[in-house]
Design a protein around this ligand. Structure first.
Ligand code: NAD
Length: 500
């Protein structure tokens, strides 16, 4: 039975009044702005008609809240409701233009540790026109790490940097989620995309974790593609992919490529999954141009609600609703955004489309493949790992140096004369390219130098590092940052310079 704690209170189909009902799962809903309230009403009506056993708590998000002076678009009291219930079904909201309003989605994602962004993108040909009729892929994007940690610095006159953070627990969680997702949604293959031919430690870790986790899912095929060729293949032959798992930045770009290639962004739902909280929403925005006209297509939010039901372990209800929706598409009864002469039989508004889905609850599509979801939802257990012995074995010292025509040999000799005898200058790189010793005259040099020092004898202490830095400081060498070089269980934990 569907229950609402707010204004949505209405009896559910098939409820038995005389029996006390068991406590139901509570879900937080936000009706949003623009077409949000219409498509949310449609979605909740279909859930109710399917006999879904949920209780809804409403919160206000979006334009009104922004205008009331909350710069993130959410009232402080709403956090507690979202946290308590653990699941948020969110209609699209309008972000007011200009004037320091923060992205609500970024705020929710970061504040609630929603580590996985899951965006299925599918074609529904021949009932909805699509350039790639067999396309049916899901992008599972890591949502919190990578370059999005937002750790950036300006270090010299010429050079800025951003820190790309890829962690083992973060990679493990997202990769495992992708495999669990594949199982829950009856998918056969998971493809990992990284650039580990270049970023051997960071993307290399993501890829390595992928290989380790893949071994634990022998029932699911797995492969890895370098992101650039992988993205090209998604654009050219998206029907070759099933589930794709990837770090944050690549996932951000791939999700948009896939949406555009599919040509059905209005039909896509997405999930943001965390360990305690998950948020489900349509991919599209609040469409203020068509708000209040009963013409919006509720499918994106409905499919997000289907993802939510699978997440909650209500896989049978998710199947019933998804199959009724597919059967409706097959019937040719289409909202205006997907209506096409020849493909569609009747153009309908939001309410009529909703009624058509409700009429088909309990039926399955005849031509489109019916969905099947595994009972039990998706659970990702944290993994324990042994601690690897960490040993300091050198230091990279970054300098701001703009003298002597930026002659690397000049800098190299000056450093060798300045440092204590216990240290050795192994190399200098500029933008990652080795320029000392034995650099090439063609290499372009900025004012930002990475100087790698290693101890002459085995073993190095923090005290040795301080001695080295003091010696450089005494010679007025402008040290702007340092990175310690470590081995972990004897394995090098840092990259070599290009040409080293
Ligand atoms: P939009 O997705 O709202 O609209 C783009 C076009 O698609 C419009 O022509 C619209 O009429 C149409 N459209 C979108 N959804 C539709 C549906 N369900 N049925 C039929 N037609 C549909 O994108 P936009 O115009 O760039 O953004 C409008 C507002 O939405 C902005 O304030 C933006 O910030 C916000 N937005 C919110 C979210 C979110 O809450 N997750 C996401 C994207 C944009």
């Amino acid at each position: 039975m569907l229950k609402t704690a707010g204004v949505l209170d209405r009896p559910a189909a098939g409820s038995v009044d005389s029996e006390p009902s068991p406590p139901t799962t509570r879900v937080t809903v936000a009706h949003g702005d623009g077409i949000g309230p219409e498509i949310m009403e449609a979605t909740l009506r279909i859930l109710a008609a399917a006999g879904v056993s949920l209780t809804f708590d409403e919160i206000e998000l979006g334009e009104k809240v922004y205008r009331a002076g909350h710069s993130s678009g959410i009232e402080p009291s709403s956090w507690e409701t979202i946290r308590r219930n653990g699941v948020l079904l969110k209609a699209p909201i309008t972000t007011p233009q200009g004037g320091g309003f923060k992205s609500l989605n970024v705020t929710i994602r970061k504040s609630l540790n929603l580590f996985a962004n899951v965006r299925p993108t599918k074609a529904y040909a021949p009932f909805v026109a699509s350039p790639h009729p067999a396309m049916n892929l899901v992008i599972v994007r890591e949502n919190e790490e990578d370059l999005y940690a937002g750790i950036e610095h300006r270090q010299t006159q010429e050079v800025t940097q951003v820190l790309k953070l890829i962690t083992r627990p973060g990679s493990e969680r997202i990769v495992r989620y992708a495999f669990e997702y594949a199982r829950a949604y009856g998918r056969r293959k998971v493809t990992c995309m990284t650039k580990d031919n270049i970023m051997k430690l960071t993307d290399g870790l993501f890829h390595r974790v992928f290989r380790e986790v893949a071994e634990q899912y022998p029932d699911i095929e797995s492969d890895h593609q370098i992101i650039d060729i992988g993205a090209a293949r998604i654009a050219a032959e998206p029907d070759k992919f099933d589930v794709i798992v990837t770090p944050n930045l690549y996932g951000d770009i791939l999700s948009d490529i896939a949406s555009h290639v599919a040509g059905s962004i209005g039909l896509a739902g997405s999930a943001n999954i965390g360990s305690g909280v998950a948020m489900f929403e349509a991919v599209h925005g609040s469409a203020p141009d068509i708000a209040g006209q009963d013409i919006a297509n509720p499918s994106g939010l409905l499919l997000a609600a289907v993802q939510m039901l699978v997440h909650l372990g209500e896989s049978s209800a998710a199947e019933t609703i998804n199959n009724a929706w597919l059967a409706t598409l097959e019937s040719g009864i289409h909202p205006g955004d997907i209506y096409r002469e020849g493909l569609s039989t009747r153009r309908v508004g939001t309410r009529e489309f909703t009624d058509a889905v409700i009429e088909r609850l309990g039926t399955v599509p005849r031509q489109l493949t019916p969905v099947q979801y595994r009972p039990g939802g998706i659970h990702v257990a944290p993994q324990e790992r042994p601690v690897e012995q960490k040993q300091l074995c050198g230091i990279d010292v970054f300098l701001d140096w703009d003298e002597g025509g930026r002659d690397a040999d000049l800098l190299g000799h000056a450093l060798e004369a300045a440092i204590p005898t216990s240290w050795k200058l192994k190399m200098i790189t500029n933008r990652g390219v080795k320029v000392y010793p034995d650099g090439l005259p063609e290499t372009f040099c900025t004012d930002h130098w990475r100087c790698r020092f290693i101890p002459r004898n085995e073993g190095v202490t923090f005290g040795d590092v301080l001695d080295l830095l003091s010696a450089l400081h005494e010679k007025q060498i402008d040290v702007i940052k340092t990175e310690h070089l470590y081995t972990f269980a004897g394995e090098r934990g840092y990259s070599l310079g290009q040409g080293e």
